[in-house]
Design a protein around this ligand. Structure first.
Ligand SMILES: N#CCCn1cc(-c2nc(Nc3ccc(C4CCNCC4)cc3)nc3c2CCN3)cn1
Length: 296
């Protein structure tokens, strides 16, 4: 009887594990802000005895930039991604009362890479950073096989699942590259800070896998500088000023104690001509090689 149509109609949530009933979603605390919405920690507790699981719930905040359609695209994107290095989709929660919907995702206990690096400087060494970098690379390689471009790759959008696992999150700006082109031209440039944008993205609103590679280079720099650069915005603003005024800035200096082979990777990612930038699989291989050497 539990599989009968009547039963399923009466108990949609239990059977369809991707449909979360709002009345069982217990708010706990705020987790952060992403593109198009804020993220909250909730417990999905249908039994009402606090045995339910913790989930991260992204509530859509329709504003001038984002519409329900954008949000639906983000939900559709995340729901088809199955990769160890990409945050897991769990489902959606419709609240009819407010005619809105929320995206339910796995909760990653350690938060974003930025906070994690600031709070765990002492036990994040070069090998750990290289491990995180190779995981982000693998996640981006997976995205590329599905012709997705992330468009907002930054340490703030990398989440820490454990001390040896990070995952890519926030697919609010993700686009699919059309089959007949190698890039995606954005009509209305988003709000994302341009510091992570490649030159062609700033100048022509052109995004591609190679513009994600440029952003990956910035993430490498954030990783190896424990996100220090981000936390002193004055320096970031000066760098952005230099760059946007076409005084092609001397690339970001190497972070202190950063292995020269890693800094060379960053510089490859920051080739002005996107055709000269390495692809994620090449970056992944180079990182693996450096990791081997670090083990000796
Ligand atoms: N990406 C992106 C940008 C939007 N965004 C996504 C999340 C998110 N956070 C977590 N977990 C999480 C977050 C913060 C903390 C602490 C850190 C110390 N201070 C107090 C809070 C702890 C654990 N798990 C998630 C998500 C999405 C899917 N699963 C947060 N912001």
């Amino acid at each position: 009887v539990t599989q009968s149509p009547v039963w399923r109609a009466l108990n949609p949530a239990q059977h369809d594990q991707t449909l979360f009933e709002e009345r069982h979603l217990r708010y706990i605390s705020p987790l952060g802000k992403g593109n198009f919405g804020s993220v909250e920690l909730c417990r999905y507790d249908p039994l009402g005895d606090n045995t339910g699981e913790l989930v991260a719930v992204k509530k859509l905040q329709p504003n001038k930039q984002s519409t329900l359609e954008d949000f639906q695209k983000e939900v559709n994107t995340l729901s088809v991604l199955h990769c160890d290095y990409i945050v897991k989709y769990r489902g959606v929660c419709y609240s009819m009362g407010r005619l809105s919907m929320s995206l339910v995702m796995e909760y990653l206990p350690h938060g974003s890479l930025i906070g994690y690096l600031e709070n765990n400087r002492h036990n994040v060494n070069t090998r750990r950073m290289l491990l995180f970098a190779s995981q982000i690379c693998k996640g981006m390689e997976y995205l590329q096989t599905l012709r997705y471009i992330h468009r907002d790759l930054a340490a703030r959008n990398i989440l820490v699942a454990s001390e040896s696992l990070v995952k890519i999150a926030d697919f609010g700006l993700t686009k699919i590259i059309p089959f007949d082109k190698e890039y995606y031209r954005v009509t209305q440039p988003g709000e994302s800070p341009i510091f992570w944008y490649a030159p062609e993205s700033i100048n022509d609103s052109k995004f591609s896998h190679k513009s994600d590679v440029w952003s990956f280079g910035i993430v490498l720099h954030e990783l190896f500088s424990y996100c220090d650069m981000v936390s002193n915005p004055k320096r970031v603003r000066i760098i952005v000023f230099l760059f946007t005024n076409d005084l092609f800035m001397s690339l970001l200096p190497s972070p202190p104690h950063c292995p020269s082979k890693v800094y060379n990777l960053m510089k490859q990612c920051w080739a002005y001509d996107f055709d000269e930038r390495p692809c994620f699989s090449s970056l992944g291989n180079q990182i693996e090689t450096i990791m081997q050497e670090e083990r000796k």
